[in-house]
Write a protein that binds this ligand. Structure first.
Ligand code: ATP
Ligand code: MG
Length: 775
């Protein structure tokens, strides 16, 4: 460990050094991408310990993802050694969970409270909306959940909002918010937004609690400050307030207004713009040298972002020279675009010293990953999707976690109801409704009502038996959890419930993949136990659930694979924040895709999309590729998209077009031609010299991970036939539209379509494209 303060600042430029050594007043570092903001933060922490005699326990550093937190901790540990363990380096959410667990008495919570993620919140909101008899067309649960989330991010509680709500729309939201909050409380659960809001309220209503943390944390550091929302802002303010006889803690925040991309989540660059107003004696430091990218890449980034009118002009420069040209490509279809990307990655790994792990492919929306996955599987290119098909969002994983949460927290109604009839135990919707009726009639929890199921009005004896079995199952597991580590409880859950047996007996090839995912979850639990016990602490089920609940998308980026080649990373632009890659493909550059359809015609949204483009471009270190498709099927129907305005905003001389629109062979498809798309894929296979012949080992492994029978997988079109099979009456979940019910099914294989009622709208979707999952 290098504890010589001089050495810590030796590799920094002037302003970076000032930022690291500054003392005595709040510090704001505003600077463009890749200028070393995160690096300054880590060096500053090390410097505090080395030169200013700060104890690691007095430091709290907040970042945006768990991955970023882990990296920061590692970097600091590399500088100061093991002492880094005593610091709090975490996301806002993790920090709040930690505080709320410790202070649960003061916050009026059970120590084992559950954490509901976005999907759980939506489910709960659905129950609430139904209970309130709100018209699902006018008040879809998803919309209500978003509005409630916005209110929480603004720290508006239900009473306050109810008092000011005007008109039937707002009054419906107020009613839903109130009941939703009551249900959460009964379930001893907090949703993600509550974690922050509750902590702020705790500090405000219990000054002595706040004071303890103020005494403890003398240094508060925040990365990606531009994306904090009002609640988070307030939390920081509480932490750094002075109290009687106590100087305020030192605050250091770093951010870039040009990278603010979460306005839709209540993040507001106001926090940056008004920092100086709110913290009177604050010092501001600007960084202008970029250490990440070539000048060509920076020129492109500068050109795009300078189109945003209401920004402080700033220019980034790099001393790395012009570097490679940006390469552009116009493909006929999204499949041809993906082929080109795969081919180019292949060429780079053959002709240069690039490895797959150096490459990232970015796109605007999760659904776009699917085409890349198909092509990459076909050509055997190892890849990882961050977000989208997230492990923790898979049905089987969520079911298993719902069991564990029901075991830990008997009041967790959403979890209990999710799995009470999974696998089937003869407890239908009617029986579930009867238990619910009993619980509201006698004002007891749903769990308590289950134990008295025989009293439920109009319940069948079959259902009473099923519920009896279920209650006994949970109680047995609860007992086990008092002594056994999480992985054992999980394994017992899967076997005793019959869940695993059902999957193992199934002939559906996807179920084999599900079994693997569950095995993977058991490994996750085992790793958790090993880690916790390695610190001489006890591994509890509640602790495990807490870790799982806080895992963000970005945590799934692989650090390294055994042969050190790494894998190509596929991710949305939003997930890419703060990261860097030697080679970046920015795809789908079409008006209506990126910028997103929603943003066309709305200047504020368009500015946010442009900041997102700036984030994307500035992730690249050496090579940047831009691509688009002339036609792309959107939800089953082909659409023609004009070129993205962001491309038009680039100076022409920066981009070398490898293929332009004029050179595409005429697209002969008609509305009915959806089955022919595989045709354009052939070129990609050919370029590999026919290297893909029915499954390389890697392709097979990937196919297996996706739950697809890899041995039979030889062409992209066959792969597409693995589209989810659904039948009339099935309940499905769609990545974008949420829960729905299948009304009709037509056609087979790649052209199978289904008509789905999503409550607020009904639509036909081509199943092989549509991200729907049977639930
Ligand atoms: P972003 O806005 O994308 O989050 P950032 O401002 O946080 O970027 P960093 O990630 O800290 O930038 O730094 C970008 C890259 O430049 C990193 O690889 C970092 O190690 C390197 N870097 C930063 N400062 C220096 C320096 N003074 N000397 C050498 N390399 C540096
Ligand atoms: Mg950073």
């Amino acid at each position: 460990p290098q504890l010589d303060p001089e050495a810590l600042v030796a590799g920094l430029n002037g302003p970076q050094r000032d930022a690291v050594t500054h003392a005595g007043s709040p510090l704001l570092i505003v600077a463009g991408a890749g200028s070393g903001k995160t690096r300054v933060l880590t060096h500053r922490i090390a410097y505090l310990l080395a030169a200013r005699d700060v104890h690691p326990g007095q430091v709290i550093a907040i970042t945006f993802t768990n991955k970023a937190a882990g990296e920061m901790k590692e970097r600091v540990a590399a500088l100061v050694g093991n002492r880094a363990r005593l610091m709090w380096v975490s996301t806002f959410h993790s920090a709040c969970v930690r505080i709320l667990r410790a202070e649960h008495d003061h916050a009026g919570l059970k120590s084992t409270f559950s954490i509901y993620d976005a999907d759980d919140s939506r489910r709960l909101m659905q129950l609430v909306a139904r209970e309130l008899d709100l018209d699902p067309k006018r008040h879809p649960a998803r919309g209500l959940a978003t509005q409630v989330s916005n209110l929480k991010n603004e720290l508006v509680d239900p009473e306050t909002f109810a008092a000011r709500a005007k008109g039937p729309m707002e009054r419906a939201v107020a009613e839903a918010y109130t009941l939703y909050q009551r249900r959460l409380k009964e379930a001893h659960a907090l949703d993600f937004d509550d974690l922050i809001m509750t902590t702020v309220h705790l500090f405000q209503s219990h000054p002595h609690v706040a004071e303890n943390y103020r005494r403890r944390f003398r240094h508060v550091l925040v990365d990606e400050y531009q994306d904090t929302n009002h609640a988070q802002y307030q939390l920081i303010k509480e932490l750094v307030s002075g109290t009687e006889g106590l100087e305020p803690a030192e605050l250091c925040v770093v951010g870039d207004a040009d990278q603010s991309i979460y306005a839709f989540r209540g993040a507001t660059i106001r926090n940056i713009l008004e920092f100086e107003r709110d913290y009177k004696d604050a010092r501001t430091i600007m960084l202008e040298q970029n250490y990440r990218s070539t000048q060509t890449i920076l020129n492109a980034a500068n050109a795009v972002i300078s189109r945003n009118p209401s920004r402080k002009p700033k220019r980034l420069w790099s001393d790395q020279g012009a570097g490679e040209s940006i390469v552009g490509y116009v493909a006929d279809t999204e499949h041809a675009e993906a082929d080109w990307v795969a081919r180019e990655i292949d060429r780079l790994t053959d002709d240069t010293d690039a490895r797959p792990g150096d490459v990232a492919v970015f796109y605007r929306t999760n659904a776009q990953s699917r085409v890349f996955e198909e092509v990459f599987i076909r050509v055997g290119l190892p890849y990882k999707v961050v977000g989208g098909v997230r492990f923790y969002e898979r049905r089987e994983v969520r079911d298993a976690l719902a069991y564990l949460r029901a075991i830990v927290n008997d009041d967790d109604t959403v979890s209990i109801r999710r799995i009470m009839n999974t696998p089937r135990r003869g407890i239908g919707d009617r029986a579930e409704g009867a238990v619910e009726a009993l619980s509201s009639r006698d004002r007891i929890s749903f769990g308590a009502a289950m134990r008295r199921a025989a009293d439920a009005p109009g319940i069948s004896s079959r259902a009473v038996n099923g519920i009896g079995d279920f209650v006994a199952l949970l109680e047995g597991l609860r007992e086990l959890s008092e002594t056994a580590p999480p992985e054992e409880v999980l394994e017992a859950t899967l076997t005793r419930s019959g869940y695993l047996a059902e999957l193992e007996e199934s002939t559906d090839p996807q179920d084999a993949g599900r079994v693997e995912n569950l095995q993977e979850l058991v490994s996750v639990a085992r790793e958790f136990t090993e880690r916790v016990e390695g610190n001489d602490e006890q591994a509890t089920l509640a602790g495990f659930l807490e870790q799982v609940a806080l895992v963000a998308d970005a945590d799934q980026i692989p650090s390294d694979d055994p042969d050190h080649q790494g894998v190509v990373t596929l991710m949305t632009l939003h997930t890419a924040k703060g990261l860097e890659f030697p080679i970046v493909f920015l795809t789908g550059l079409e008006d209506g895709v990126f910028p997103h359809m929603r943003a066309l015609g709305d200047n504020n949204e368009l500015e946010e999309e442009r900041r997102l483009a700036y984030v994307g471009i500035t992730r690249a270190r050496q090579r940047l590729y831009l691509s688009r498709a002339v036609t792309r099927s959107a939800w089953g129907a082909p659409s023609y998209n004009p070129t993205s305005r962001f491309i038009a905003e680039l100076p022409e001389e920066l981009v070398r077009w490898e293929r332009t629109e004029g050179s595409y062979t005429s697209w002969s498809g008609t509305g009915g031609g959806v089955g022919n798309r595989g045709g354009s894929g052939a070129s990609g296979g050919a370029a590999r010299g026919g290297g893909f012949s029915g499954g390389t080992p890697k392709a097979a492994a990937l196919a297996q991970r996706l739950g697809i029978d890899g041995s039979k997988l030889s062409t992209a079109s066959e792969l597409r036939q693995a589209a989810p099979k659904v039948a009339v009456g099935d309940r499905v979940n769609h990545q974008r539209y949420g829960l729905g019910r299948v009304l009709a099914v037509e056609g087979q294989g790649p052209s199978a379509r289904a008509q789905i009622d999503f409550g607020d709208q009904t639509m036909w979707l081509v199943l092989r494209h549509a991200p729907v999952e049977k639930i």
